[in-house]
Design a protein around this ligand. Sequence first.
Ligand code: SF4
Length: 424
Amino acid sequence: MSFPIRHLPVLQNWDCHVCGTCCKEYQVTVTDEERKRIESQGWDRDKDLGGLAPFKRVGPFWARRSQLNHRPDGSCVFLSEQGRCRIHERFGYETKPLPCRLFPFVLVPQGDHWGVGVRYACPSAAANKGRPLSKHDEELLEFAALLAKREGLTPQPDGTSVRPPRLRSGQRVAWPELQRFVKPLLNLLRDRSDPMERRMRKCLAFATVCRQAKNIAQLEGDKLRELLDVLESFAGADVPADPMSVTPPSWVGRILFRQALAIYTRKDHGPNRGPDIRGRVALLHAAWRFTRGSGFIPRMHAWLPETTFEAIEQPTGPLSPQADEILERYYTMKVGSMQFCGAASFGMSFWEGFEHLALTMPILLWVARAMRPLPAEEAVTRALSIVDDHFGFNRVLGTLRQRLSFKILARRGEISRLIAWYSR
Ligand code: SF4
């Protein structure tokens, strides 16, 4: 039995425009079955691979895994000079590893169906270029079946594919109840009477109240819906309209924020590899500069221009309505597809994952400011590509240390302060 896919009420378009970014920038992990299938195609003896092995082994000795090998410039060993995949060209699209076919789609199991998201690390997805996602249903259904097989997802006695993520530590509710929490977040994110930054601050206020309501997990059905409706309607009561009137982030908030920035803006391989992190010493130096937070910003990603920490702290005024729309599309997509918790985000609980997602907003605003010479919409789109490259995928973000850091930021109310600070 395969589960259906469900699209979000958000206009997200995508088609591949063959820019080659994914073949040049991503480390593709393959299953043993995929490795054997590709090995049987005889690539070991192929002169087009330039003497390079088709695969490399990565990870600690107790969890070794195979990845497609890369050339010294970071591009996939199978990428041809014409920018095409050699496996696809010679043996057909179906023989490519599943992650290569799936990108940039993200399929998230949500009880009895799959939620569909996209990775904005793909420039076409970030720029909303192509056909609506619903036009890709045929291939998405095929991917869903393959993914279920790959991940060993089989229908449970209650008709769902996986257990729902926890609501918060020690609280678990059934899928229908969990999905009730998504609706008010989407309503708040889509409320265009506020700028996007205040909408997110309202969502965080709503998250705080829900997280602190100890018995909320005991409510079901209409009772839960009614309570959430009330909490949603009061979410803005204590959220200042003017970001200038919000208390600035504390020094603890700023230090932890810059640590998160250093993770989110770092690109270690591919053509956009940061020019200032080539080598271990350079990397340590860059980490020190982010901790200090003054002077020139190390260019951890080739797209980041030369600028200083001080320049980015200068107010730039609110985002344009067009830039706000881009952010609305991004956050609506992430929340609606629940791509911020559970298996899609290092096993985080619903609220932990949501607060981590909210932290990407000041990071995006900071990166967009760094690109200030560009028009606001272009700067925000590029910032999205940089940030979403990591969200849910960079394993560092799922480490205990990093999760503790996000938790401190959330509990101290620093995420809302950071959002307001970088929206001035
Ligand atoms: S990054 Fe996106 S547009 Fe570019 S080749 Fe990959 S899927 Fe296609």
